[in-house]
Design a protein around this ligand. Structure first.
Ligand code: CA2
Length: 158
């Protein structure tokens, strides 16, 4: 009997619901719905199901990461692609949540944060992420899902 497909959680943080409405020089003209469609295609290509979320609230993001840790431990989750938005640069609580949930997570940024203001150069997510994807526009989401297909979380992985 074949195992059911694993899921990928694509999690987007504050203000990413505004994608495509402003700042096209950094984030492009495509909307979050376009990102979801791209992720849907990438998950289909790699045999995953997609759980696509966005929240402007730190506590909601923390709850979703805890739930992802439970799903990973149960063997139903391949990993998380997380664009934490500006919380990347400020949130020790998200750092602790990722560490505490032992979740296999790829940090993602649409823009190359290292080519921008210095306050975007520090990330509280990077030290607890499996890998980091930045500067590839929204195509980075598809690349991150492909990376999870190469190295999915195992039920016992940290
Ligand atoms: O490059 C990224 O993906 C970021 O995570 C986006 C965050 C920013 O704070 C990070 O430094 C880098 C900002 C997301 C807000 O996106 C908007 C999109 C359109 C209009 C306004 C905000």
């Amino acid at each position: 009997m074949t195992a059911p497909p694993k899921s990928v959680l694509v999690l987007n943080g504050p203000n990413l619901n505004l994608l495509g409405t402003r700042e096209p020089s950094f984030y492009g003209a495509q909307t979050l719905a376009d990102v979801e469609a791209l992720c849907c295609d990438a998950c289909e290509t790699h045999g995953f199901t997609l759980d696509f979320r966005q929240s402007n609230h730190e506590g909601v993001l923390i709850d979703l990461i805890h739930a992802a840790g439970v799903a990973q431990a149960a063997g139903t989750l391949a990993g998380v692609v997380f664009n934490a938005g500006a919380y990347t640069h400020t949130s020790i609580a998200l750092h602790d949540a990722i560490k505490g949930a032992s979740v296999h997570l790829i940090e993602l940024h649409i823009s190359n944060v290292h080519a921008r203001e210095s306050f975007r150069h520090h990330s509280w997510i990077s030290p607890v992420a499996h890998g980091v994807m930045a500067g590839f526009g929204i195509q980075g989401y598809g690349l991150a899902i492909a990376a999870l297909a190469l190295q999915p979380a195992t039920a016992s992985s940290q």
